[in-house]
Ligand binder design. Sequence first.
Ligand SMILES: [Zn+2]
Length: 406
Amino acid sequence: MKIHRRHFLAGLAAPMLAQSQESLPPWKPGTLDIHHISTGRGNCTLTIAPDGTVLMIDAGAQMPTEQQLVYYVPAYPDLTRRPGEWMARYAQRHLAKAGLEGIDHLWVTHFHSDHMGECKSDLPQSKKGSWKLTGVMDIAEQLRIGKIVDRGYPNYSYPAPLNDATMMNYQAFAKDSGLKLEAFRSGSNTQLGAVQKPQEFANFEVRNIVANGELWTGQGTATRQTFPSLAGLKPKDYPSENMCSGGIRIRYGAFDYFHGGDLCDGSNYGLPAWRNIESAAARVVGPVDVALASHHGYSDSTAPAVVRALRPRAFIIHSWDSAHPTMPALHNMLSEELYPGPRDIFATALKAEAKVAIRRLNQLKSALGHVVVRVQPGGASYEVLITTNADESDRVTARFGPYQSA
Ligand SMILES: [Zn+2]
């Protein structure tokens, strides 16, 4: 039903370049903002719900070595601050302009450094405790946080104890920061939802879709475990960290957005079908208006089944590596065999070499900058605005839409 409406409305959006020097107008009550922040070092998505509830999704900060830099885009705006400091400042200034303060929910999709902050020995220590400042910890150093939701609290032991340096740093923070933490509850439509004035926006919802393989059924808050018992698996066959990633759907009236962290298809090369958790999640979510390309559009993500199920009008790729996105993922996103009608694709940054290797990257609507989805009050339409990541001016460099929510 939704599919057909989307098909007919798809042609209404006409991309339009803004020539002005205007900076992004502040969020206003009734509007839903979804900012994909481009630091070139990890994922961070800042959402402001219509009632002013602030949800930050991930605060990634990778610290590439000299040798690894060849694969990375530059750090944005520059290297004078850590990625986590830039993200905290981004959130602070946008919230201040909106008359808001602090983050209500910080959700860590999964435990990789490009989503939570890599720990290196030369990073400064927090003034608040024994952990080092990076990613999520940098956010918490600068902003009030109502609660943190992650896939591992309180034991951080699924599918096996998580104890590398980055994870131990996060766990020290989780244990000693005094902040409220909760384990992600698949199926819930309240854990990450509106907490400021929820009664005024009954048509806004954040639905927890999946984490650790536990998948919403689409009925009430019921879930089913898609991963088999670990007792029957060899450790090498355990679900990977990316397969354990969380995913959510944000709904505002007719508008739907899917964010699946680094969900992927771990069933490649003949491995069991339960490992294809990204497709299972996409089927439960169904058609959306805007989708984040899971796992940065890497080769194990954004498969035909995913693209066919989500069929978004706009794809956003959180990208910074020469393999973000890969050619098959991009071709799937562009395929009108998988679903008809136009679609626009926006990336937060692209490596120059990727544009040479993958020619069809020239079809992206934007290849650099923060990607801000701004949904109008009520959810019937939305725009995509690109703002500069070269500095902190938040100057709008391009503007697309309005698109009709389907
Ligand atoms: Zn990632």
